[in-house]
Design a binder for this molecule. Structure first.
Ligand code: NAD
Length: 497
C-alpha cells in the first residue's frame, strides 16, 4: 500500500513503506501471513495509514520458532567464538548507526514519537548491542569449582530459541534491550512487535539478513496479541520468554509459559512516584518533572505519575509545574519545535481522557485541565498535559494511565511520604528529590520498587539492572550483567579423582 503522507520522507523510508503489505521475517525469508490476513499501521500524528503489514498466524509463528531452533543447532551461531559472533553483531550495530536517520524516521512516524527522541532510541539500541557484545567477550565459558577429591566445573551454554513480545511505546529501544544479551550469548530469537508499531522491528529483521546474520537467528512475527502473541507465548519449542507490556497480558503470557515450563521474564507497567522535599530548587525540579511526564507523551512505564510534595512548598511547586506544563508545545512528531507528540492511537487517547473524567468523578481537583489538543492541519491523536490533585484514593492516582497526566498530593514528613509511595500494587520506579544525601539514600532504599532514582527520573545507564517487582514484573530485569548471564544455561561437570 502506498502511503499518502505529506511529509518529507527520506527516500529509503518512502521506499520501505511503499512495498507493503510488509511481511514477517522467518528463517531469513520475507513471509506472508498463511491466511493472507493483513492490518494497517498509522501515523498517530496525522491518523494517516503508513503501511499495511502481514498478520502472522499460529502456523507462521510455529515456523518461526522452528527456524530459530534450526538456526541454533545447524548454523554455527551458537558455537561461534564470542569474538566472531560479536563481530557480526557489531556489524549490525554499525549498520543501524549508518541508517540512524532512516530508522529514526520510521520509528518517529509509527509511534508518534518526537523525532529527536526516536533518534535517541535508535542510538540506545546501538549502545545496548555494543555493551552486551563487549561484555560477552569476558564471560568465562567454564568456572572451575574447588571441591575436595573431585575435578569439577560449570560450563555455560546458550539456551536455544528465545521469544520476545514487545509493547508499542519503545519498539526499537526495547528490541535492543531484549535481544542483544540473548544474541551475544549465542541464542536465536523470535520477536513479536506490537500491532500498533511493527515497522522498525520488521526493518531490523531485514537489516540482519543484509549484514550477514545467519538465516533464522533473528525472526520477526508481526501480528495481533490474541493470535500471534498468544501462539508465541504458548509455543513449547521456546527455551525462554521475555514479555514487556501490561500486567494483564503479562499474566496470560506467564500462564501460557508456565504450562510448558518455559522460564519467563516480565517487564510490566508502573505507577511511579516522585517525592519532593522542601530543600529542592523548585524551578529546576518542576522543569525536570514536567519533562518526565511529557517525555513520549507520558507513555512511559516508569514515569513519575504521582508527585508527592512536601506541604511547606506545595503551593509554589504546584504553580511552577503548572506553568512549565502550560507552555509545552504539542505538535506532530516530525515538526520542528514540537515538544510533545500525539499518543499512539485513538484508543489510547480515549483511555487518557477517560481517566481524567473518572478521576474528577471520584473527587480529584483539576490543577491543569488536560483534554484533547488541536494541532493545526493534523488530524492526529493529541492530548494536553494535565495535573490532578487530592487524595491518592482515586482511580487516577492508583491505576496506570499511560499519558501526560500527573497526580499531586502533599506530605508532612518522610515516613508519611514513603508510606504513600508504597501504597500501590506496582513496583517499577520512583524518585526522591532533596539536597540531603543521607535522606536521599534512606528514602531511595525504603521505596518498594525495582528502581529508585535520586534528583532525576527515567535513568537507564547500561550496567544498572532495570526491572520491576510486585505487579511491575518478575524475572530479573534488563540492562545489566545479570541480564546477559540469564541467557546462558549452566551445566555442572564433575568426576571423582
Ligand atoms: P499490552 O500488554 O497490551 O501489549 C504488549 C504486547 O503483548 C503487544 O505486542 C501485544 O500484541 C501483545 N499481546 C496482547 N495480548 C497478548 C496475548 N494474549 N498473548 C501474548 N501477547 C499478547 O501492552 P501495551 O499496551 O502494548 O504497552 C503498554 C504497557 O507496557 C504498559 O503497561 C507499560 O507500562 C508497559 N511497559 C513496560 C515496560 C517495562 O520495561 N517495564 C516498558 C514499556 C512498556
Amino acid at each position: 500500500m502506498a502511503t499518502t503522507l505529506k511529509f518529507d520522507l527520506l527516500p529509503e523510508v518512502a521506499d520501505f513503506l511503499s512495498k507493503g503489505p510488509l511481511e514477517g521475517i522467518v528463517g531469513g525469508q520475507a513471509v506472508a501471513s498463511s491466511k493472507g490476513e493483513t492490518f494497517t499501521t498509522v501515523d498517530p500524528g496525522s491518523g494517516e495509514v503508513l503501511a499495511e503489514v502481514h498478520a502472522m498466524q499460529a502456523d507462521d509463528v510455529d515456523r518461526a520458532v522452528q527456524a530459530a531452533a534450526r538456526a541454533f543447532t545447524s548454523t554455527k551461531w551458537a558455537r561461534l567464538s564470542p569474538n566472531d559472533r560479536g563481530a557480526m553483531l557489531h556489524r549490525l550495530a554499525d549498520e543501524v548507526e549508518r541508517r540512524k536517520p532512516i530508522i529514526a524516521q520510521i520509528e518517529s512516524l509509527d509511534c508518534g514519537k518526537v523525532y529527536a527522541q526516536a533518534a535517541g532510541d535508535v542510538q540506545n539500541f546501538i549502545d545496548t548491542m555494543r555493551y552486551f557484545v563487549e561484555m560477552s567477550l569476558h564471560v568465562e565459558p567454564r568456572t572451575t569449582l574447588a571441591v575436595p577429591r573431585h575435578e569439577a566445573w560449570t560450563a555455560r551454554r546458550p539456551w536455544g530459541p528465545c521469544a520476545f513480545v514487545f509493547p508499542w511505546n519503545f519498539p526499537f529501544l526495547l528490541a535492543g534491550w531484549g535481544i542483544s544479551p540473548a544474541l551475544a550469548a549465542g541464542n536465536t530469537v523470535v520477536i513479536k512487535p506490537a500491532e500498533d508499531t511493527p515497522l522498525s522491528t520488521i526493518y531490523l529483521g531485514r537489516l540482519a539478513k543484509e549484514v550477514g546474520i545467519p538465516d533464522g537467528v533473528i525472526n520477526v512475527v508481526p501480528g495481533f496479541g490474541e493470535t500471534t502473541g498468544a501462539a508465541l507465548a504458548s509455543h513449547p519449542g521456546l527455551k525462554r520468554m521475555s514479555f514487556t507490556g501490561s500486567p494483564e497480558v503479562g499474566r496470560l503470557v506467564a500462564t501460557a509459559c508456565g504450562a510448558n515450563l518455559v522460564p519467563v521474564k516480565l517487564e510490566l507497567g508502573g505507577k511511579g512516584a516522585a517525592v519532593v522535599f522542601n530543600d529542592v530548587d523548585i524551578d529546576d525540579t518542576a522543569t525536570k518533572l514536567a519533562q518526565a511526564i511529557t517525555f513520549h507523551t507520558g507513555q512511559v512505564c516508569c514515569d513519575a505519575t504521582r508527585w508527592l510534595i512536601h506541604e511547606s512548598i506545595y503551593p509554589e511547586m504546584v504553580n511552577a509545574c503548572t506553568e512549565k506544563l502550560r507552555r509545552v508545545v504539542v505538535g506532530h512528531e516530525l515538526d520542528a519545535g514540537t515538544q510533545m507528540g500525539p499518543v499512539v492511537s485513538e484508543k489510547q487517547r480515549k483511555r487518557v481522557l477517560g481517566y481524567l473524567e473518572r478521576g474528577l468523578a471520584e473527587g480529584a481537583e483539576v490543577v491543569l485541565e488536560g483534554g484533547p489538543a488541536e494541532v493545526s492541519g493534523r488530524n492526529g491523536f493529541y492530548v494536553k498535559p494535565a495535573l490532578l490533585a487530592g487524595s491518592l484514593n482515586n482511580v487516577a492516582a492508583r491505576e496506570e494511565i499511560f499519558g501526560p497526566v500527573a497526580y499531586l498530593t502533599s506530605f508532612r514528613d518522610e515516613d508519611q511520604a514513603v508510606a504513600m509511595v508504597n501504597d500501590t500494587d506496582y513496583g517499577l520506579a520512583n524518585s526522591v528529590w532533596t539536597t540531603d544525601p543521607a535522606r536521599a539514600s534512606r528514602v531511595a532504599e525504603a521505596m518498594v520498587a525495582g528502581n529508585s532514582w535520586i534528583n532525576a527520573h527515567n535513568l537507564f545507564p547500561h550496567g544498572v539492572p532495570y526491572g520491576g517487582v510486585n505487579k511491575s514484573g518478575m524475572g530479573g530485569g534488563v540492562l545489566s550483567v545479570d541480564t546477559l548471564m540469564d541467557y546462558y544455561r549452566s551445566t555442572s561437570v564433575v568426576r571423582p579423582l
